[in-house]
Structures are given as C-alpha cells and as structure tokens.
Write a protein that binds this ligand. Sequence first.
Ligand code: BG6
Length: 475
Amino acid sequence: MPETTTPFPQGFLWGGATAANQLEGAYAEGGKGLSIQDVMPQGIMSPRVDGPTQDNLKQVGIDFYHRYATDIALFAEMGFSVFRLSIAWSRIFPNGDDAEPCEEGLAFYDRVFDECARYGIEPLVTLSHYETPLALADKYNGWVSRDLIGLYERYVRTVFDRYRGKVTYWLTFNEINSVLHAPLMSGGINTPKEQLTKTDLFQAAHHELVASALATKIAHEMLPGSQVGCMVLAMPIYPLTPDPADMIAVMDADHANLMFSDVHTRGAYPGYAQRYFRENGIELEITPEDRDILTNTVDFVSFSYYMSICETADPAKKIAGEGNIMGGVPNPYLKGSEWGWQIDPAGLRIVLNQFWDRWQKPLFIVENGLGATDELVDIDGVKTVLDDYRIDYLNDHLYQVGEAIADGVEVMGYTSWGPIDLVSASTAQLSKRYGFIYVDRNDDGTGTLERYRKKSFGWYADVIASNGASLRPSR
Ligand code: BG6
C-alpha cells in the first residue's frame, strides 16, 4: 500500500448537517407549536400564507421524528463523529413565550442525543434555524422586538440546563446575516421585506446579535467546556472586472456580511458599520447593557458555503443570478448546479483563509453540498443512486479544505448539508436532494419514506475512515 498523507488534523470532526423543520416532520405532534415554516409552504421566495396547509412537505419532512434511531445508525455507519441538528424552538416553547417548557419536546431531543452518544457522535446543535415560533412572529413581529432577547434567553437556559453533559458544541443562529435578505424566514419578521424600514431591519439584527452574545455568556457560565459558535452564510465576492469601482463594490458587499461575524468575534460594531448606519439614517437603540453583552465573543466561527458571486459597480452589468438566499452577479468562469448555484471549490479555500486572517478563531464548515435531482436505480437487486456528480462536488470542496489547512487555517470540522435527503429551504422541494442517503419521498408528498444508500454513502465513509487521505486533487 502506498503511504498516504492527509492535511486533516487528528480529531477533525466529520459529519452532516440538518435542521429540524426540514427533516423532523411531526409538525403538530408532541405538544409542538407552529413555527414560521408552517406558513411558508413554498419556501423563502413565496409570500407567507395564513395557517398550516396540507401542501407543506415540511409537515412530514422525512419523518426523522419517528425514524431518528435508524437514521443516526446510518450516519454512524458512515463513521460520523459529529451530527449537526437544530432544536425546534416551538417543540420546547410552543408559543415562544409560554411560562413552562414542553416536557415531550425536551424528551424527544434527549432521545436523539442519547442515540448519538451510543455511537460516539457529538451533536452540534443550532439553537435557531429558520424556525422561530409562529406566535412570536404574529405577536411581536419577530426579532424586531427587543422582547425576543428575553424569550430566547429563557429558551437557551432551558435547553442548556436540560442537555448538560450531552451537548458540547452550540450554534446560536443559523446564517445570522441572512436576516438582511430573508427577514421572515431568518428573523420571524412578519412585515413584508418591501415595507420594512432599514432601522427595523438592523434593529432586529442587533437584537439577534445581543441574544447570540448572551447565549455565549450563559453557556460559558452554565456549561464549562462547552463551545459556542456563530454561524454565517459565507459567499466570497469577486470583482466582475479589475475596475477599482468594482472592488469598492465588493468591499461594501463584503462588509454587509462580515459585520455579523466581526461583532461576534470582536465584541463591538466595526467603524464601517457605524458609517453605514449614519449615512442611511439608521438609528439603532443600543443600550450600555447591550454593548457590555456583545463583548462575550464566540469560541469559533462556523459557516455555510455553497457558492461564490461577483459584484460590479456598473448597473448595466448587475445581473441577478440564482443563489443561496442572496444571489449575485454570475461569474463567467464558473458553471452552475441544476438550481443555478455556481460551483466554486476554490472559493471555499479563499473564504477559509479570509476568515482565519481576519479573526484567528477556529473555523467550522457546517454546511456545504450539492442539491441535485437523483434517479433511484436497481443494481443487482439493491436500490441506489449513482451520484458521481455529488461525489465530484464534495471531493473538490473537501480537497480545498485540505489546501486551506495546509495554508495554516485552523479548521475544526466539516458537516455536509443534508447527509440524508430533506426538504429544501429555498424552494421547499424534496427533489432538490443533497443526501448520501436517498429518501423515497417526492414533491407531491408520495413515497414510502424508505431510505437507500447512494454511491456517495460509501465514498464519504472512505473519506472519513482515511481522515481525508482518499480525496483526489482538485482546482
Ligand atoms: C442554507 C440553509 O442556506 O442552505 C439550509 O441553512 C438550507 O437550511 C441550505 O437547506 C441549502 O439550501 P436549499 O435551499 O437548497 O435547501
């Protein structure tokens, strides 16, 4: 056997990432209240509806609520050392502001964490992943209201206390910077985006930032040894041309994203943000106590990475391409996925270096993957999917993670998005599949919910077993 080497450090955490609303189903079982996902049957781009409708695939999801044990066993079979999942806030506090938590909801995650522990899998828990309790959107207009800070605090204290000893790694808000682009999904904000003032939008972002820092403070006090990360949507932005005006446009667009992790890692708003607030008439209520809480900085920075975009100062060239929540100007050098998300493995190395150079905090890639249509085939009586396209995508991105580690970047782990097929956040489809495990459920809700190992299942198991040594070089 030739000797293989790997840049991935010993103890690198390998696994997959999910969110409660996209896989659990059981939307009204176990005392659970509704979340904003129950009024978003068509995903982020469509307006909200009034109440739960039967066309909402998330009501059943992939039925993880009832099948978690067999699903976690499959993750263990691939060798996962970490499993990212979110706690549905409305399973714990059905209305968000209830006096007492729901015991059935708490007990469900006990069972899930205990199952992970059986296989030595570390849970990586997102406290809020696009599933604000609906009552908080309707009664308070979501994170626009300062009241949400206290309600979130009560929720995190409850779950920190309950899962003491079971969970070490916590993420405060999924893709916290996405609140600027998808206020309802990300911030539970009922006011339609077009009617929302910039002051309200940034006030909501501020409330989330304070709540996030508060959760970090509380975790450090209540759970010695725990590690808390912020989670941002990472999207490297390239200038469309070498025109300095394009580069300034890149800098401005970058700042809008980086502000969130700058606050999380430095404990205060950067100068460029203050200038932006000043020049846009944004007057935020930031109390002395808020400033104090913000100094509780995170232990690590986590992020999702799917694609890069370009930016230009030339309005005539500002074409809106498809993308993960925020699209951008398409890059003429890159190809897109079936959903038009441009594929750029090197962008992952770039973003890892950018974040490390900027913050020197350990980094955790907690989402990355290819959404594609899969065809279930029968090979010698075994149902599978020959998803070489997914293997290529993941191989190329992971190879670039190794390159970044060789560059000196500290990377804690990697969880691919949707290790098992689940409902898409943007389009609410099941046919946009990310998994190593195929789930027999279709966009019209038909299907047996049976699980089948795809070709990528064995491929990922080999990557994990070899700690990345089996990866092929990529550009
Ligand atoms: C991220 C979200 O933005 O992208 C996930 O955190 C989401 O919830 C993922 O599922 C992939 O996006 P989509 O729209 O293909 O599901």
